[in-house]
Design a protein around this ligand. Structure first.
Ligand code: COA
Length: 525
């Protein structure tokens, strides 16, 4: 194949991957579907994404997180896990928005809904963002209560985070649009301030059926937990809104009065567009992870003016380390250009130390099969040299961001700041893969082990079946949609969106306000 026909093929393959992404995004955005959306509207309620648009400042970007949560799970009946989370500007302040979609099983919480909610809170905490909860939810999805209620990271953690974030000076504000029972009730009840919409907003620890069962009291929902009662009698809410539009305006008003100061610290440069177009990335990289390319061509399409300064360019060539700017913000980049050897590992560790000292956030571009194996590598001390990189990644004192642009396999995932190492955000490209190892390697390992453990003659049909099973399993489980459905990342993004997404992440990191000493939580009285 000629060079240009290779690029053409790669672009076509990537276009197909992008078409799949777009189709699945339509599933996420449709929520519970047209019928339930219409029912929602006839009750005077605004669909969740429109609420968000109305709340945000005109022209504000909205960095949506994990829109494809639950893809392929629960019969695909919980689009986006029934909750929209993301970061946008409200009254000039970057805020985390956490908004239930009541058209998806009454906004009740599936395991992935809880995970997505908790993750959004973690991101808000890391980036020092106020949290705005647009509450419209039926609490735990009861058929799966064992997977959302009792454990660490379940519903209790949502409430724990609310209290701890408030104590840490991060405003927790709620607007209640629908029926909030049990778990749903505590989100507004634990907020610093809350608003309720007259007529549709309800807060009760137990709804009418529970009250009837528990104490034989027969009562309607409005009397039990309506907005007017809570604003005038119980004091559970602070503001009564006549309709949703008014509630959104009141929420904007509260944010405008937060006296919120950001803490911009970076020596920001003027923003310069890359000289090379990010739309060319698909033709450069394709979807076949076995085909090599020079990752510098990707970096050139992400950074300002395509200008970057490479550290140790003559040494450890399989890891490109470079400083650059994205949307004017300084960034240090570690990008794989092959398997990690001892030299590339220690170079990466050294580079992270430089970023720490200069307070430059770090971006990891992962396309990694792992650290080098074999006698030569072991005798060269790959275990201790790779550990130095892992150590440096784990203890870095600057914000870190990770984008899976290709493979993310084995310990390479750890050395390049996978989820377990606490990067502020993890995004994946649509043709990335994540697993302990590739299907080829996994099938070799498992069939070899099986052959070794068989005492008698080898049954080749059994080995072939194991080989086929293993390949299917690893193909399915390393798929990026498998990962994003389970919240292993913060969303799949397109190569062409990546520069802008990173710009938002870097801005958030730069503006993270410092912690105040002696801050106390806001207790609802
Ligand atoms: N668990 C499981 N399913 C739930 C649910 C929950 N907590 N809350 C709602 N659903 C389901 C309903 O069964 C219905 O499913 P279907 O479409 O398959 O029939 C769907 O979500 C929509 O519910 P519906 O009651 O028609 O919506 P609504 O907008 O009129 O009311 C609520 C929404 C949340 C106010 C209402 O469903 C409700 O009160 N749910 C129970 C809340 C509760 O007791 N939670 C306790 C949690 S610990």
């Amino acid at each position: 194949m000629t060079m240009s026909s290779t690029s053409e093929q790669r672009r076509r393959d990537y276009d197909a991957a992008l078409a799949t992404l777009h189709e699945r995004m339509r599933w996420a955005i449709a929520g519970g579907g047209e019928k339930l959306r219409e029912r929602h509207k006839t009750r005077g309620k605004i669909p969740v994404r429109e609420r968000i648009e109305l709340l945000l400042d005109p022209g504000s970007p909205f960095l949506e997180l994990s829109p494809l949560a639950c893809w392929g799970l629960h019969g695909n009946e919980a689009p986006a896990a029934g909750i929209v989370t993301g970061i946008g500007r409200v009254a000039g302040v970057n805020c985390m928005l956490i908004a239930n979609d009541a058209t998806v099983k009454g906004g009740s919480f599936f395991p992935e809904t809880v995970r997505k909610h908790v993750r959004a809170q973690e991101i808000a905490w890391d980036n020092r963002l106020p949290c705005l909860y647009l509450v419209d939810c039926g609490g735990a999805y009861l058929p799966m209560q064992d997977q959302v209620f009792p454990d660490y990271g379940h519903f209790g953690t949502i409430f724990y985070h609310q209290c701890r974030m408030s104590a840490d000076g991060l405003p927790q504000l709620s607007a209640v649009f629908g029926g909030c029972t049990a778990g749903g009730a505590y989100i507004p009840a634990l907020s610093d301030e809350s608003i309720m919409v007259q007529g549709t907003g309800r807060i009760h620890l137990g709804g009418p059926p529970i009250v009837k069962a528990a104490i034989a009291e027969v009562v309607d929902g409005e009397t039990l937990g309506g907005a007017a009662m809570h604003a005038r009698v119980s004091g559970v809410t602070d503001y009564l809104a006549m309709n949703e539009m008014q509630a959104l305006q009141q929420l904007r008003g509260i944010v405008a009065q937060l006296n919120w100061k950001t803490h911009a610290a970076a020596a920001r440069q003027p923003v310069r567009a890359p000289l090379h177009d990010a739309a060319e990335i698909p033709a450069l990289i394709g979807t076949d992870l076995r085909q090599p390319y020079d990752v510098r061509a990707v970096i050139e399409r992400l950074v300002d003016a395509s200008d970057f300064n490479e550290f140790k360019p003559e040494y450890g060539g399989t890891l490109v380390c470079a400083t650059a700017h994205v949307h004017g913000y300084p960034v240090g980049i570690l990008a794989n250009n092959g398997v990690l050897f001892s030299e590339s590992s220690v170079k990466g560790a050294h580079f992270i130390e430089l970023c720490n000292q200069r307070r430059i956030p770090i971006l990891f571009l992962q396309n990694i099969t792992g650290f080098m194996v074999g006698t030569e590598a072991e005798r060269g001390g790959i275990a201790k040299h790779s550990a130095k990189l892992v150590y440096a990644v784990a203890t870095a004192r600057v914000p870190r961001f990770t984008v899976l642009i290709g493979g993310s396999y084995g310990a390479g995932n750890y050395g390049m700041c996978g989820r377990g190492f606490g990067p502020r955000f993890v995004f994946a490209w649509p043709a990335s893969r994540i697993a302990t190892m590739s299907p080829d390697v996994a099938s070799t390992v498992l069939t070899d082990l099986r052959r070794a453990s068989l005492k008698g003659p080898v049954d080749e049909a059994e080995i072939a079946a194991l080989d086929a099973r293993t390949r299917v399993q690893f193909e399915e489980q390393s798929d990026p949609y498998y990962a994003t459905a389970r919240l292993w990342d913060d969303g799949i993004i397109e190569p062409a969106q990546t520069r802008d997404v990173l710009g938002i992440c870097l801005q958030l990191a730069d503006e993270s306000t410092p912690r105040f000493e002696g801050q106390s939580p806001v207790y609802r009285m």
